[in-house]
Design a protein around this ligand. Structure first.
Ligand SMILES: [Zn+2]
Length: 440
């Protein structure tokens, strides 16, 4: 499906928030004046009905509480989208030498061209050149070998990489992209765990705002269902009494049905994505996506990587830090790698596997909504997945990565179990009884 033009998206994004505000003001008017005041609390003579003050006040209270919650979640969402959108800073373009030099230590990329599979990072044909940068150039043209900014990747235990072991590169922003980051055409920046560009909220929904987006569409759904029920009920009553309908209430039915259907679809699809631990972009090719991961080889297993070792690894490796570029043949000969090296195995998932799926929908939901019921329903705290304080990987990883490690033999050998007090007592008892038996 063709994606709408960038300028159209931006124009719609600027128009829709004020339009939504007008709809809210009009909805307040419908429920307050024509429905509650003119029909329930102080009925106009044309309705020939008695006053129902209790019902009118109850409807007003529930309606304003619900619209207040919708507005609060919308403002929270807007705040994060404008003040904390998860954009990544741009870098300066690599120098000409960096683009043209390819050190001999790097894996042979061109030989493996025929093995290239569809990867999780290529959701949309139009984005391929941007996402993969010059690396996606079929003619093997300029390859950026910028090594700046790699430290934040190789100091982790696992990160998403290209087939040569380097992280994914954005040639527009001239930087390596953390796991799950995606280049957004509308804002022309890489965005952390970008979900989609949403014209309804006028910006990019990403890891910092996805939780508030779910809460907003969920509360909008409840608000629309309530509005639809009251508008439909009293329209039916008025029709029965007078034979005609109130125009404002009829428009209320139309608006609440329209926004209700829309928010229902968005709530279901967003919750489903959160339960699968996927973003909208990752979901586009979730059945065929193959993730290439760089998984750290534990230091104590490095000796086994020696080609003369009896343990023959079945995977390719990459060693960080990469040598500086450009590196002439003489300089390459004299190059002394730093003492502290980080060796990574380059492993691939099976098509359709998601390394970020934690194995249960509930655990995946917790990554977005939070760990307590308050977090789930109140738009206060950030999603746990946006927390950057844990250091092993950019996002929590699930059973797929554990399996890859196990298959590649990268799991550390089990620690010997410390002897517990019970074990010692049992041993003593056994020894005492055998000693008694031998005395008898
Ligand atoms: Zn970018």
């Amino acid at each position: 499906m063709a994606r709408p033009d960038r300028r159209v998206n931006l124009a719609v994004a600027r128009t829709i928030p004020p339009f939504l505000l007008c709809v809210c003001v009009y909805a307040c008017y419908i429920v307050t004046k024509p429905l509650c005041i003119d029909y329930l609390i102080r009925p106009l003579p044309k309705y020939s009905r008695g006053s129902r003050v209790g019902a009118g006040i109850a409807i007003l209270v529930i309606f304003y509480v619900l619209i207040f919650v919708v507005i609060i979640t919308y403002l929270r969402l807007l705040y994060n989208i404008t003040r904390n959108p998860g954009f990544l800073p741009r870098s300066s373009p690599p120098t000409k030498e960096q683009q043209e030099t390819e050190p001999s230590e790097r894996p042979q990329r061109r030989k493996r061209k025929h093995r290239r599979t569809r990867t999780a990072e290529k959701p949309d044909k139009a984005d391929i050149d941007i996402e993969r940068g010059a690396d996606g150039n079929a003619d093997g043209g300029a390859i950026p070998l910028d090594i700046t900014g790699l430290e934040s990747f190789y100091t982790k235990d696992v990160f998403v990489c290209q087939e040569d072991g380097r992280p994914l590169y954005c040639s527009t922003c001239c930087r390596y992209k953390p796991d799950r980051a995606h280049h957004c055409r509308e804002v022309d920046r890489c965005v952390l765990k970008m979900d989609h560009f949403c014209p309804w909220v006028g910006g990019v929904v990403s890891e910092t705002s996805f939780k508030f987006f779910i809460q907003f569409v969920f509360y909008t759904l409840i608000f629309c269902v309530f509005s639809l029920i009251i508008c439909a009920t009293f329209t039916a009553e008025i029709l029965q009494d007078t034979g005609g309908a109130n125009v404002h209430l009829a428009i209320g039915i139309g608006l609440s049905s329209l926004f209700g259907l829309f928010s229902f679809g968005m709530t279901i699809s967003s919750l489903q994505l959160a339960m699968w631990n996927l973003s909208t972009i990752e979901n586009l090719n979730r059945r065929s996506a193959v993730w290439t991961l760089a998984i750290r080889v534990p230091d104590r297993m490095l000796a086994r990587l020696n080609p003369e070792s009896r343990w023959a690894p079945t995977f390719r490796t990459i060693t960080y830090p990469l040598p500086p570029v450009p590196l002439s043949p003489e300089a390459a000969r004299d190059y002394q790698p730093p003492e502290k090296q980080h060796v990574f195995a380059i492993l691939q998932t099976l098509p359709g596997e998601n390394p970020f799926d934690l194995g249960s929908p509930f655990k995946n939901l917790q990554q977005v909504l939070g760990y307590s019921i308050i977090d789930w329903f109140l738009p206060l705290r950030q999603s746990p997945c946006a927390d950057r304080t844990t250091g092993d990987s950019f996002y929590e990883l699930g059973p797929v990565v554990s399996r890859l490690k196990k298959e590649a033999g990268l799991n550390p050998p089990p620690e010997p179990q410390p002897t517990t007090q019970n074990d010692t007592e049992r041993k003593h008892k056994r020894r005492r009884s055998s000693h008694r038996q031998s005395q008898e």
